[in-house]
Design a protein around this ligand. Structure first.
Ligand SMILES: Nc1ncnc2c1ncn2[C@@H]1O[C@H](COP(=O)(O)OP(=O)(O)OP(=O)(O)O)[C@@H](O)[C@H]1O
Length: 721
């Protein structure tokens, strides 16, 4: 036994002892204890925070837990309330239910946007109190703790007032055991004293037990029992007067100093050094089932009161933060509106270089002014093609030679350059005359030279770096040429079909004759909005509560995952339905995107995608410690889904194996299903449609199950980092 342990034992075991066999010993009833901690060991990584710690808190007393900053007081209290789990050791509480204790954490851990009244109501509902009971208790605590007007928002009151509200919340349900982590820190000495008076009052008159930590050692003199901690070890556990007597000191500070020096002299070795022979977590995560059981049990898996509390809080937070609520409500409108305005339209006024050697400038380019048949020569076909290109809004830039034109493309001054050779129209006429003459007239055909084909062709050099623009320029040059030539055949009293290429595009089976990129992208954009907006909202709201320690506090007050999730679903569903309605209205009613299907299945599918997003948000909030981590996860997965789910480019263009992976991602099949429902009008019985529903539904199950399992297995899900 070390000297420090002997010292501790000598102090701890100072109750009346039998001194000799024949002495009559008064029967002193052993006081039952409110909290008993035995051989508690806790470490963070290699840092040992609690080392073989024993502590006994008698019922109906104030137990002052004292020690320097970082000695492990908060860790010990966290283990007692079940916020953390010991690595080894045992904690026994007199009370068995979560509702038997009231815990005030060191940090505020309350919603800053709620009023004092709303905060009381929220925690009152969590502890299943009626509205009347909450009102009465609120009045009592307001007087006892000298709280300001209950209408005030927590953000609007001072830090000291906030701490008193936090203490009031811990006392709201009148628990048997109060565990208070530095309740008087930063408070006016008069207010601190009034809190001590209150605690003395409730221990004496109501038999409550209080464990309190404080940095102000002298104020702890008012407790009936004191535990002195240093470097994770409880050095002494005694009544203040006994402690002073044993140490022969007049102040607790001196007594503490003496005990510390005593310990330091004999056992001053860092407890962070060698790992102790305790059960070490060998896996990346610590699993709850590997650890000693939590000291308190939750009374019920689900209570309507706690669910009501969570809904009440969610609605009040939305009501309090109107700009955020409006933003979340109308963001889909803004996103889809801007998408339709900014994307999908053919680019206009593109600069196109031209060198037309076909005719000299004295020849008119107007179709109206020539009734001649171009097959006879003399009709400026090149000019007419250029006229058509101008009508398609190209800005034509004239060059006087081929070199300058191609140089302008290289210098990115124009997107392309087209050249009509000298006598282009005449050579074109020769080609058509020859091709339309009797096919058996071999002698005529053989007279066409390569030069005629070459001079009778349009030469185009195009900047291909922008695929969409270059494809559009090629398409418009071809369309302009076809328009001109087919019209010219009419003027020659010949069928315009002679000028067409030998391909007849019939009416499209699905979609319209001039499909646009936006028609392809619309279902993708809708799916992304439907998935990510609820994901962001759910993840952000839960994580902001997690970061503020609020969620941990309510979980320690009995709230569980099912209640949090169900309340989130209820409020979020309203948002999802609103968002789906807005997105569909903007996309298909305000803007003219193709919609030929039934509204109901599309609406239902989008709502399911929204629920998938919500479950993903919940999952992110569980696996991420901070909103920054969640933001990275959100941005990362957003890019991934855009690329891999065929939202930007058809999955048919992917490598085989990647396409197989893509099929199982949340937005691949569901987006394809949405496209089939809206643009093709397919029914639910079609595999493309029902597989989309099946896919997103499976993801909802996956996210929910994984979240549930992680909550069961991982012990610090709600602990802020
Ligand atoms: N989550 C954590 N991860 C790693 N180390 C931690 C963690 N929480 C606390 N510690 C370390 O454990 C030790 C004890 O911390 P604890 O908060 O229990 O001390 P304390 O006595 O309550 O201090 P204070 O009075 O300043 O609140 C400190 O060295 C601290 O740095």
């Amino acid at each position: 036994m070390t000297t420090s342990e002997k010292r501790r034992v000598s102090i701890v075991d100072n109750r009346p002892q039998p001194s000799s066999e024949n002495q009559v010993i008064p029967v002193v009833p052993k006081p039952s204890s409110a909290v008993v901690v035995r051989s508690a060991h806790k470490q963070y990584g290699q840092t040992v925070v609690l080392k073989d710690l024993n502590l006994t808190v008698p019922i109906g007393k104030i137990y002052g837990l004292l020690g320097p900053s970082g000695c492990g007081k908060t860790t010990l209290l966290s283990c007692i309330v079940g916020r953390l789990r010991l690595d080894s050791g045992d904690i026994k509480l007199k009370g068995k239910l979560i509702s038997d204790i009231g815990y005030m954490p060191q940090e505020l851990a309350l919603h800053n946007e709620l009023s004092i009244k709303e905060t009381f109501t929220y925690y009152g509902y969590i502890f299943n109190l009626s509205d009347d009971a909450i009102k009465i208790r609120r009045g009592e605590l307001k007087t006892l703790l000298k709280l300001p007007s209950c209408k005030l928002i927590l953000n609007e009151i001072s830090g000291g007032q906030q701490r008193r509200v936090s203490l009031a919340v811990a006392m709201l349900h009148d628990p048997k055991l109060l565990i208070l982590d530095e309740p008087t820190v930063g408070l006016d000495p008069l207010i601190s004293q009034s809190i001590w008076d209150l605690l003395l009052d409730i221990t004496e008159k109501e038999g409550k037990t209080v464990i309190i930590t404080t940095h102000y050692i002298e104020e702890a003199r008012q407790s009936q029992m004191i535990g002195l901690m240093r470097k994770g070890v409880l050095l002494a556990e005694e009544t203040p007067s006994e402690l002073l007597r044993i140490c022969n000191c007049s102040t607790l500070e001196d007594a503490f100093l003496k005990i510390c020096e005593d310990q330091k002299a004999k056992t001053d070795k860092t407890i962070t050094a060698a790992p102790l022979p305790v059960k070490q977590p060998t896996r990346r995560f610590s699993y709850a089932r590997d650890l000693p059981p939590p000291p308190l049990l939750n009374n019920k898996l689900f209570t309507f009161g706690r669910f009501k509390a969570q809904v009440y809080k969610n609605i009040n937070l939305l009501r309090r933060n109107i700009p955020f609520t409006l933003f979340v409500t109308f963001l889909p409108l803004i996103q889809t509106g801007l998408f339709n305005i900014a994307c999908g339209h053919d680019p206009k006024h593109l600069a196109l270089g031209v060198f037309n050697e076909d005719f000299n400038t004295s020849v008119t380019c107007s179709m109206n002014r020539t009734n001649d048949c171009f097959l006879d020569g003399g009709v400026p076909v090149g000019c007419l093609v250029l006229e058509r290109l101008k009508e398609k809004t190209f800005d034509l830039v004239e060059f006087s030679n081929v070199y300058d034109g191609e140089y302008a493309v290289k210098k990115s001054k124009v997107w392309g350059f087209i050249h009509f050779s000298k006598n282009f129209s005449d050579n074109l006429a020769i080609r058509f005359n020859n091709e339309n003459s009797d096919i058996s007239d071999q002698s005529n055909s053989s007279q066409i030279s390569d030069e005629t084909y070459n001079f009778g062709s349009i030469h185009a050099s195009i900047d291909n770096t922008n695929k969409y623009l270059s494809d559009m320029i090629k398409r418009d040059i071809l369309d302009s040429y076809m328009d001109v030539v087919t019209s010219l055949f009419n003027k020659c009293k010949k069928s315009e079909k002679l000028g067409k290429i030998p391909l007849r595009l019939l009416d499209p089976v699905y979609g319209n004759k001039n499909p646009s990129f936006i028609h392809y992208a619309t279902p993708a954009i809708i799916s992304l909005c439907a998935f990510y907006l609820p994901a962001i909202y759910t993840g952000a709201t839960i994580l902001s509560e997690k970061e503020g320690g609020v969620i941990e506090r309510v979980v320690l007050s009995g709230m569980n995952f099912i209640e949090i999730a169900l309340a989130q679903v209820l409020v979020q569903t309203i948002f999802i339905v609103n968002q789906t309605t807005l997105v569909m209205t903007v996309m298909f009613a305000v803007f003219d995107n193709p919609f030929v299907g039934d509204i109901f299945p599309s609406f239902f599918l989008l709502t399911l995608i929204g629920c998938g997003g919500m479950c993903f948000g919940l999952f992110s909030a569980i696996i991420c410690k901070t909103t920054t981590e969640a933001a990275f996860l959100g941005i990362g997965t957003n890019f991934l889904l855009k690329f891999l789910c065929g939202l930007m480019w058809p999955t048919e263009g992917m490598y085989y194996w990647l396409r197989k992976v893509s099929d199982y991602l949340p937005l691949t099949k569901s987006t394809e299903s949405l496209r089939s429902l809206t643009a093709k009008g397919l029914g639910f019985q079609h595999p493309t449609v029902y597989l989309g529903f099946l896919s997103i539904f499976s993801w909802i199950l996956v996210f929910s199950l994984v979240s549930f399992v992680m909550l069961k297995l991982k012990r610090d899900v709600w602990t802020k980092s």
